[in-house]
Ligand binder design. Sequence first.
Ligand SMILES: [Zn+2]
Length: 298
Amino acid sequence: MVDDNGHVLSRAQCPTDAERGYKEAFARIEQMLRGTFHVAGEKITGIGIGSTGPIDPFTGEFGEVNFFPAWRGENPVNDLSRTFQVTAAMENDADAAALAEAGWGAGRNKKRLIYITVGTGIGAGVIFDGHLYRGVDGAHPEIGHCLIDASGPPCSCGFHGCWESLAAGPAMVAWFESQMPKDYPHAAHLTAKRICELAGEGDTLAQQAVDREARYLGLGLANLITLFTPDAIVLGGSVMKSAVLFLETIRKTISGACRYVPFEKTELALASLGEDANLIGAARVWHHRFNPEGGSRA
Ligand SMILES: [Zn+2]
């Protein structure tokens, strides 16, 4: 539960357990929502949802979502508004976090804003003048799948060497594992976060992995700056928690690649809403759809 200024009043979470079916999941969602209203001691004015996609933001229907194959065609927007007698809205989760940073976070008062989240994948939301950019039929732009190196690894999108396949957290781990010697002492439980820690401890291979990651992050961001030259790009997601290790190389890559646009005017900002970005983003989805004057302006 989030108030009109983007502050979290109460929260609850549980695993999706998609295989138990939509009906059962909906019952759990309903129960958790009632619990959070009770804890916050407030009445709700609306419900916002940020979901992994593809989803239809206008009908509220799930498409062919990888993580919930059996939920295709289900409509939590209709079901929640009927159950709670309020308006509800759903957006792609990266768009939701972008709306939150634009309205209540690091992207406030930026006319042209791109939000990038780097974690298990690379997601993005594009916001111009407070409005979410959408493609045909409400399509969400899949910026994480723009091409960086056509000779790179294959991706489910159809490309070889798209940004996500080179620079998301799992790509960092895959590259590291392909390079590490057989007797490497820290081989167990490698994650992007762990590699960044090892780099901080002076591990040479981990430092190479960090340099490589920073270079690929920089190439993707340089593309965005050349294409859009936005006022700001806000960087979020679990991998960006280690942004301090990447920023110098990212800036160097951008300044070496974006000479036809005033690249130095695009501010690189770190996401400011932290762990709650997705939750606050879900609330902002509702404001963006039904109450554009509410809260701080996006
Ligand atoms: Zn891809």
